[in-house]
Write a protein that binds this ligand. Structure first.
Ligand code: NDP
Length: 310
C-alpha cells in the first residue's frame, strides 16, 4: 500500500499545476499520469494564449515543462490509472490499474475530458482507419484528401481549420443552421477557400470496406433526403465527456457528467477536490485549468492543516 498526503489523479495543466503547488508545500504528491500523460494539450500544436510565452509554445513542450517543474520539487509520477476510488472512508483508498493501492489523506481529481463519439455502428473499430477525434494527431495523414468534420462548436472549427492545412477539401457537417462556436472562431471558416459547411445534416451511417472508411450516409434534417458523401476521413468535433467513470457516482456530478465544485475546487466530499476540464464545462482553457489546479492544491494543504492526518 502506497501512503501519501495527496494523490493527484490525471495530468494536464490542472494536475501538473496541482503537483507543483503540493510538492512545494512538502506534501510529496503522488501523481497518476494515466494513459495520456499531459492530457489534451499533448495532441495540440501551438498554444498561443498561455501567458508568459509571447511567441507561443507547443502543447507537448508546455506539458513537459510543467511535469519537470513538479518533479523538481519532489512530485512522484506513476504511469498508471485509477480504476476505483473508495471515498466514503478516510484515508481515501484508490485502486490502481497496475494492481497497487494508494491510501491518501486528500485527493485531487484532474482527469480531464475525452472526445465524444456519435455512437454509430463500427465508429470505434474504424478509429485509425478513417475515423478520428483528433485532427492535430491524425491530420497529417489526410494530405490532399477529402475529410468531413462533425460538429458546430469551437472544437469542430478548430479541427476543420487545422485539417484544411493538409486536406484538399474539408466539409463541416452540422446538425443545425447556426454554429455554436464563438464569433472569432466562426470567422475562421466563413470564406475559407477549403472549408464548406453542410448545414442541417446528421450522419446516419459510416461506409467502409477492408481499406477503411470511404463514405458517410447523411440525412438532411429538413428534407429528410439521404445521400452518401465520399470521404477519406471523418473527424469528431462534437465536444468532450468528463472522465469520471472510476468515481462510480460517489461524487456529485451535473447533468452533463461534470464534477460539481463549490468554493473553488471543493467537491461534495470534504478532502476531495477537482480541477480542470473534469469540473469545467465552460472555460476549458489551459490557463483556467492550471488556475483551478493551483486552487485545489492550496485547499488540500489547508484541509490537511485543519483536519490532520488519519
Ligand atoms: P460544444 O458543446 O460547444 O459544441 C459541440 C458541437 O457539437 C455543437 O455544435 C453540437 O451541436 C454538436 N453536437 C453535439 N452532439 C452532437 C451529436 N450527437 N450529433 C451531432 N452534433 C452534435 O463543444 P466544444 O468541444 O466545441 O466546446 C466546448 C467548450 O470548449 C466551449 O466553451 C468552447 O468555447 C471551448 N473551446 C475553445 C476552443 C478555443 O477557444 N480555441 C477550442 C475548443 C473548445 P448543437 O450546436 O446543435 O448543440
Amino acid at each position: 500500500m502506497i501512503k501519501t498526503d495527496v494523490v493527484i489523479i490525471g495530468t494536464g495543466p490542472a494536475g501538473f499545476t496541482a503537483a507543483i503547488y503540493c510538492a512545494r508545500a512538502n506534501m510529496l504528491p503522488i501523481v497518476l499520469e494515466g494513459h495520456e500523460p499531459g492530457g489534451q494539450l499533448t495532441t495540440t500544436t501551438d498554444v498561443d494564449n498561455f501567458p508568459g510565452f509571447p511567441d507561443g509554445i507547443s502543447g507537448p513542450v508546455l506539458m513537459e515543462n510543467m511535469r519537470n517543474q513538479a518533479k523538481r520539487f519532489g512530485a512522484q509520477f506513476l504511469q498508471t490509472m485509477a480504476i476505483k476510488a473508495k471515498l466514503n472512508t478516510r484515508p481515501f483508498i484508490i485502486d490502481l490499474e497496475n494492481g497497487e493501492q494508494i491510501e491518501a489523506q486528500t485527493v485531487i481529481i484532474s482527469t480531464g475530458a475525452s472526445a465524444k463519439y456519435l455512437g454509430l455502428a463500427h465508429e470505434k473499430e474504424l478509429i485509425g482507419k478513417g475515423v478520428s477525434a483528433c485532427a492535430t494527431c491524425d491530420g497529417f495523414f489526410y494530405k490532399d484528401k477529402i475529410v468531413h468534420v462533425a460538429g458546430g462548436g469551437d472544437t469542430a472549427i478548430e479541427e476543420a481549420t487545422f485539417l484544411a492545412k493538409f486536406a484538399s477539401q474539408v466539409y463541416l457537417i452540422h446538425r443545425r443552421d447556426k454554429l455554436r462556436a464563438s464569433k472569432p472562431m466562426q470567422q475562421r471558416i466563413f470564406n475559407h477557400p477549403k472549408i464548406e459547411i453542410i448545414w442541417n445534416t446528421i450522419i446516419k451511417e459510416l461506409k467502409f470496406d477492408n481499406q477503411g472508411l470511404n463514405g458517410l450516409l447523411v440525412e438532411n434534417t429538413q428534407t429528410k433526403e439521404t445521400t452518401v458523401r465520399k470521404t477519406d476521413g471523418f473527424f469528431l468535433g462534437i465536444g468532450h465527456q468528463p472522465n469520471t467513470a472510476f468515481l462510480d457516482n460517489q461524487i456529485t456530478l451535473n447533468e452533463q457528467g461534470f464534477i460539481v465544485t463549490q468554493n473553488g475546487p471543493c467537491t461534495n466530499i470534504p478532502g476531495v477536490f477537482a480541477a480542470g476540464d473534469v469540473q469545467d464545462p465552460y472555460y476549458r482553457q489551459a490557463i483556467s485549468a492550471a488556475g483551478s489546479g493551483c486552487m485545489s492544491a492550496i485547499k488540500a494543504e489547508k484541509y490537511l492543516e485543519e483536519h490532520g492526518r488519519i
